[in-house]
Design a protein around this ligand. Structure first.
Ligand SMILES: C[S@@+](CC[C@H](N)C(=O)[O-])C[C@H]1O[C@@H](n2cnc3c(N)ncnc32)[C@H](O)[C@@H]1O
Length: 429
């Protein structure tokens, strides 16, 4: 692509505006503008109402620099009404350096409606994508113009002191620029942190979406207890991508927000932020089960947002341990009008006991240290017989059995389902 791109018919269409070269048909609108003293037109535009010069400019003057590739002036029209709302142009086009400047003006009556921003986005994209230019410079002297530049994604480089002479005075100009690479970044959207649920442990229980994002992500982080130990999510992630990077989390720490935990969240958040600073667009964080169910991802996302408010946080659902245990043990989680309570046992069994008294199906997570007490509570409630237990689901050493057969200590990855009491088919409808 080169200056020849300027020679073809140019028509740039956005949602609300249309950009096209001037023609003699614009004469009437321009005469009205000149008469009204609206001054927003390009510098080389005839300022005095001289029909002959205007006709020359519309027929020839405006097109000559376009033909030589030195500049292009376009009229900005409202797409719906066809009304002429402003002008925009590229000038000082240097095809050796692949640089140019951009200038725009909006009719006073059409200001503050987003026309200039949309026109600037359109011409910038066209210049950097279709014409093959590398850099567009924009100089802004008013706050309105600075806002337009920022909204269109231009980056402020500094101030050109006394950069433009206006009414006998040299005024400061904010210098902005947009590079083709900035456009790539802005079109890719804001940096993304994606919490990916990878299921309880069986690599087959991972969604197609999770696999796609794990493979597409620039950086994939997996939480581990120690850098030299494989993480629970990591073994699943490794079935699909080799790029898992370990970040240490105090996964088993107890007692609220301990110093160890807070330091781990901060450290992981710093790693994510660094990845974005180094150019990553998508950072994936794999977590067992679902990222919105008792997952470290929640704290990581908060810590990253505190540091980078522009990061978009998303999650990809994963199959939870309770769903996997239901499937592996042949247990229906809920039917009819039954309720389902999910109770973590880290803080003891009282919440579990209360849920058994008031609810139908009760699922307990983090059974680990209180397994013996859990069995006693189930006995007292008369619900031990139907309860099922599953440990290390989908992983080596998987153990699924009736809860009455629990003996001694159980691993951290242990889940319990106490199904609602059912007597007849559809009895809970
Ligand atoms: C921090 S929570 C994570 C929950 C997970 N985000 C989910 O959606 O299932 C950890 C608890 O999930 C349960 N869990 C997770 N993976 C498991 C597995 N493979 N086997 C048994 N229980 C599991 C256990 O109750 C464990 O204590």
């Amino acid at each position: 692509m080169s200056e020849s791109t300027f020679c073809g018919p140019v028509l740039l269409r956005g949602e609300r505006v249309e950009l096209r070269p001037f023609s003699i048909d614009d004469a009437a609108a321009l005469i009205e503008i000149i008469r009204a003293g609206e001054d927003f037109l390009p510098d080389n535009f005839p300022r005095r109402l001289d029909a002959e010069r205007l006709a020359w400019w519309l027929n020839t003057g405006v097109h000559q620099p376009q033909r030589s590739g030195a500049a292009i002036h376009l009229a900005v029209l409202d797409r719906e009404s066809g009304a002429f709302v402003g002008t925009i142009g590229l000038y000082r086009v240097d095809w050796t350096q692949l640089t140019c400047e951009v200038g725009y003006g909006t009719r006073p009556r059409a200001r503050r409606r987003g026309y200039a921003t949309e026109a600037l986005r359109l011409i910038s994209r066209w210049a950097l994508r279709d014409c093959g230019l590398h850099r567009i410079e924009l100089r802004a002297a008013t706050i309105e113009s600075v806002r337009v530049a920022e909204k269109a994604g231009y980056v402020c480089e500094g101030v050109a002191r006394g950069g433009e002479r206006e009414e006998g005075v040299n005024r400061d100009q904010f210098v902005f620029s947009l590079l083709a690479a900035d456009l790539d970044r802005s079109e890719a959207g804001p940096p993304r942190l994606v919490g990916i649920g990878v299921g309880p442990g069986d690599p087959e229980l991972v969604t197609a979406k999770a696999v796609r994002i794990l493979r597409e992500a620039d950086v994939v982080l997996v939480p581990v207890m120690a850098l030299d130990e494989e993480g629970r999510a990591e073994s699943v992630v490794r079935a699909y991508t080799g790029k898992a990077e370990r970040v240490v989390f105090a996964l088993n720490d107890r007692g609220g927000v301990t110093g160890k935990r807070a330091a781990a969240w901060d450290g992981a958040a710093e790693r994510v932020v660094r990845a974005f600073e180094e150019g990553a667009h998508t950072v994936a964080f794999a977590t067992i089960g679902d990222p919105n169910v008792y997952s470290t991802f929640t704290y990581l996302a908060q810590s990253v947002r505190e540091r980078r408010a522009d990061v978009a946080v998303e999650t990809v659902p994963g199959i939870t341990a309770m769903q996997d245990l239901a499937a592996r043990s042949g247990t229906v989680l809920t039917e009819g009008a039954e309720s389902l309570a999910l109770v973590p046992l880290t803080a003891g069994v009282s919440g579990f006991r209360a849920a058994l008294e008031t609810g139908d199906t009760v699922v307990a997570y983090k059974v680990g240290s209180v397994a013996a007490e859990v069995v006693e509570v189930l006995k007292d409630a008369g619900r031990l017989e139907e309860a099922v237990y599953g440990a290390r689901l989908g992983l080596a050493g998987e153990d699924v059995r009736p809860a009455r057969e629990i003996t001694g200590a159980v691993p951290y990855l242990s889940t319990l389902i106490v199904p609602g009491r059912r007597t007849t088919r559809g009895g809970k409808l």
